[in-house]
Design a protein around this ligand. Structure first.
Ligand code: SF4
Length: 890
């Protein structure tokens, strides 16, 4: 402790604390403009000056650490005059445009000027006029108002670790600018909006909320896009969301959000929102009342059930809907309809990895928390363009590298943005990850780099595994993977040498035909080096959708009930039967692909889809749409009409995330509150209310008053959720397993032991793909995209569409030259499964022979996977441009 005299009193502070921090801790206000507790202090604005009587100096309190002997005055005449002069100097260069400035009464410069009693400016005015930049859809820049506090520059560099802007030019011309002073939309800016959130004046403003006035209420909720599960405030006025800000307290995202979270909210009031139920009559979807729609659905379901049995009904839940809604959906199917045919396409995509991790480690879920990544010494990112798909996780990795000295290893066939942070970048041939991982394991074992204690105490099968791995020498793996033997050795040593090492994988693994094998090899890698059961050491597979974990947890799975409880476990089944007061079906049901096949085969007659566009999940939409047309009943429940809804017999309008209460579970198993912020649009209803009404109409009463009541039932039936209730979630989310109401949740799994004792190393062999079909020379890679999410239902109906109105396909310049495709051309991509069109982006980030496109257009094809074929396709330039969207350069 260091003691100083502060405004006449002796106060103690910790070594390294600044005068400003000590003053704030003691309730003494010092004005600031360039300071933010999340940024490194720079002392640029000088309005935080204080006086040290012991030295006679005026000191910038935000950058001066306390030291013994200091006698600090924060409000002496000298201090006030010095602050006033500095504020006046800032005002001399600041146009008097307050009356039309959107910052209004939130302007910190105005506040400081008013506190210091500045009535007029005595200095000559310094005119610095810059044109107002309005071209991009999210951020308006009026740098004439900039006071050079540097918060935007520091936020972009220190927190986002993007560095899109920096101080440029000198003297009066100094300003924050992009490289070459280009407009933001032509720079590396990712429009996260943190610079705007931090700007103390009106130099940077949100375009979407300009001139909409100040919010009347801010409600904390959870972002509806990716699995990071960022906490946000929806700022509302007159039932309209006018802006989104980051909820920095107790959140995974702190002050940050990505462009989707901050600016992708206007889909909520999009004119295409479904506002009334629709029933197909004479081939057309016609508006109907809720009574008519629910009558229609219940009578048709009853008919099908009576005529063809329960197994002729199937449902697809949603990774966009809340836990409570998915829970009710599967309960409706199991308890009311007697069918276990319940699944979700996204869940099915992730299933191989979940299954692999479950078999290897005991739990098929992410082992550790997002924030822990920042404390890892080594991070292996494999098959994940994480800064695009999950920017907040990407940000943690970048900060770990830049600010904490972590070493990053990237394995990817495509150059990703994170590469510039990497110690090692291994460009592997697509489909060879198993061989590469086996080779890393070979080096670790043969060079004695494995964790002997962990292996002997917590694993088994090591000797057999060691034998198996011998053939995967680095030289052998080099031939398969294209990664040099030397780099394989370096990567193995780096990973095994870390005290805390983490693995981050994404859709490049999770949606790979070998997903299970790769996941088990990742588990082998973490086990053999003892990187499990402790902080900042684990395996992350990032979930693309906001509530995909919730889909698993809520039993939207044909053979599992909530919390991954096996349906074939009689004890579990009995508990559910007792609670639900029904007899449950005898056997597990069909998964999504089996359901489609059963529709084609004629055994499934009725399908109920909530919050998903089934057709979007398949490349061959015509084929799938013909199958869906053969159904006796197709019910679609969503917030917009989509291609699947266009085929439906009944469309039920659901409410968006902003119009209902509930919970989402993010990729790190954190259950977080979603809160109702505005009234449901039109006659739309929360999904849980629709399901409950339908169920009650069909004779099985679901009289829940609120989503909270549903969560109480979930907690009762689900051991991993037993300690969850809404009052505990009020302030922050809790990570399962949370077995009782005193449990604080589980930050990382397997601390003391694995489920079921020691875990066995799984022997995984590399099986090469069959030789490619010569008609399809390109390998299609897919992944996340910063400006898109899922099927695009929300992102393509928000301002995000303006920055990237259509999907881009990345083609290597060599391939483009050969095919005479230029940047911006429309190309047709034809695969084994079907075709689609996209705009070409010619870029060396993809290797010759490979192309990349966002996941939203993934080619999902179980048949192809079974045949052991990588997604192969051919390209062809389309002369007549059928798309007119303007590509702005992202
Ligand atoms: Fe956070 Fe993901 Fe939402 Fe972006 S999309 S704000 S990273 S939850």
């Amino acid at each position: 402790m260091i003691s100083i005299i502060l405004n006449g009193s002796i106060v103690g502070g910790r070594e390294g604390m600044t005068i400003l921090e000590l003053a704030e801790e003691n309730g003494i206000y010092i004005p600031t403009l360039c300071h933010d507790p999340h940024l490194k202090p720079v002392g640029a604005c000088r309005v935080c000056l204080v006086e040290d009587e012991s030295s006679g100096n005026l000191l910038a309190s935000c950058v001066t650490p306390i030291s013994s002997g200091m006698v600090i005055n924060t409000d002496s005449q000298r201090v006030i005059e010095a602050r006033r002069m500095n504020a006046e100097l800032l005002l001399a260069g600041h146009p008097d445009s307050c009356i039309v400035c959107d910052k209004g009464n939130s302007c910190e410069l105005r506040k400081v000027a008013s506190e210091l009693g500045i009535g007029h400016i005595t200095f000559d005015r310094i005119r610095r006029y810059y044109p107002i930049e309005t071209a991009n859809p999210f951020i308006e820049r009026n740098l004439s108002l900039c006071i050079l506090c540097g918060k935007c520059v520091r936020a972009c560099q220190e927190i986002e670790v993007i560095g899109a802007i920096d101080y440029s030019f000198r003297g009066f011309k100094a300003k924050p600018a992009t490289a070459l002073d280009l407009p933001l939309e032509q720079s590396i800016c990712e429009f996260c909006g943190l610079c705007v959130a931090m700007c103390p004046v009106g130099a940077l403003t949100d375009k979407l909320s300009r001139y909409k006035g100040k919010e009347r209420e801010s409600v904390r909720t959870t972002c509806p896009y990716c699995g990071c599960g960022c906490s946000i405030y929806l700022n509302i006025r007159d039932q309209e969301i006018i802006s989104v800000s980051a909820a920095s307290e107790n959140s995974v995202n702190n002050v940050s959000l990505c462009v989707k979270g901050r600016y992708g909210y206007d889909f909520v009031r999009h004119p295409e929102r479904l506002t009334t139920p629709l029933i197909r009559r004479n081939g057309e979807l016609i508006e109907a009342t809720w009574e008519e729609a629910l009558d229609f659905v219940s009578s048709r379901i009853n008919e099908i059930k009576q005529r063809h049995g329960s197994n002729s009904l199937a449902g697809l839940g949603s990774s966009r809907c809340m836990n409570e809604e998915n829970y009710l959906f599967q309960k409706f199917f199991r308890a009311v309809l007697g069918s276990n045919n319940i699944d979700n396409l996204e869940r099915l995509n992730m299933h191989p990895v979940v299954e692999g991790l479950e078999e290897s480690l005991g739990v098929g879920a992410n082992t550790n928390s997002i924030e822990e990544l920042e404390n890892s010494d080594v991070i292996l990112v494999i098959g994940s363009d994480i800064t695009e798909s999950h920017p907040i996780i990407g940000q943690r990795i970048k900060r770990a590298v830049r600010q904490k000295g972590a070493k990053l290893i990237i394995v990817d066939p495509r150059k990703i943005k994170l590469n510039k942070f990497a110690e090692l970048y291994l460009i592997s041939k697509p489909g060879t990850d198993v061989a590469l991982l086996n080779s890393l394991l070979n080096v670790i074992i043969n060079q004695g780099l494995w964790d002997k204690r962990f292996v002997s105490q917590r694993t088994e099968g090591f000797e057999r595994f060691k034998k198996h791995i011998q053939k995967y020498t680095p030289e052998y793996a080099e031939k398969i993977t294209g990664v040099s033997a030397q780099d394989i050795c370096l990567a193995a040593k780096l990973y095994a040498g870390a005290v805390r090492a983490s693995i981050v994988s994404g859709t490049g693994i999770t949606q790979h035909r070998n997903g299970k094998d790769i996941a088990q090899n990742l588990a082998n890698l973490a086990m053999i080096t003892g990187n499990l059961g402790k902080e900042a050491s684990g395996i992350y597979y990032v979930l693309p959708q906001n509530n995909l974990q919730g889909v698993f947890d809520m039993g939207i799975v044909p053979d599992r009930l909530t919390g991954n409880q096996r349906f074939d476990d009689d004890g579990v089944k009995n508990r559910f039967e007792k609670q639900w007061n029904v007899k449950l079906p005898d056997k597990p049901g069909m998964n999504a692909i089996e359901i489609i096949r059963a529709i084609k085969g004629g055994s499934v007659k009725g399908l109920y889809v909530i919050g998903d566009n089934l057709l979007q999940g398949f490349a061959d939409k015509n084929y799938i749409s013909e199958i869906l047309k053969s159904l006796d009943l197709l019910v679609v429940q969503d917030i917009f009409i989509n291609e699947t809804a266009e085929l439906a017999d009944v469309v039920l309008p659901a409410s968006s995330f902003a119009e209902k209460d509930g919970t989402f579970t993010n990729t790190e198993r954190r259950i977080q509150r979603v809160r109702k912020v505005i009234k449901p649009i039109g006659q739309s209803m929360p999904d849980w209310q629709i399901i409950a009404s339908l169920s009650t109409k069909m004779g099985y009463s679901m009289n829940y008053d609120s989503a909270q009541q549903i969560m109480e039932e979930i907690a009762q039936l689900t051991p991993t959720y037993r300690g969850i209730n809404y009052s505990r979630l009020e302030k922050e989310g809790l990570q399962w397993p949370c077995p009782d109401s005193n449990h604080l949740g589980t930050k990382f799994l397997y601390e003391d032991s694995f489920e079921g004792g020691k875990r066995r190393f799984k022997v995984v062999d590399y099986n090469p793909s069959k030789s490619p079909d010569t008609g399809y020379p390109f390998i299609l890679l897919t992944g996340g995209a910063l400006y898109h999410s899922g099927s695009g239902a929300m992102t393509q109906r928000s301002s995000l569409k303006e920055i990237c109105p259509m999907f881009l396909i990345e083609i290597n310049p060599e391939d483009a030259k050969e095919l005479q495709i230029k940047d911006g051309d429309i190309v047709k991509i034809t695969a084994f499964e079907g075709d689609m069109m996209a705009r070409a982006k010619i870029t060396p980030v993809v290797q010759p022979g490979t192309i990349f496109m966002p996941l939203s257009f993934k080619l999902f094809n179980a048949e192809a996977s079974k045949k052991n074929i990588l997604n192969r396709c051919k390209l062809e330039k389309i002369e007549k441009q059928e798309y007119s969207g303007q590509h702005v350069g992202k």
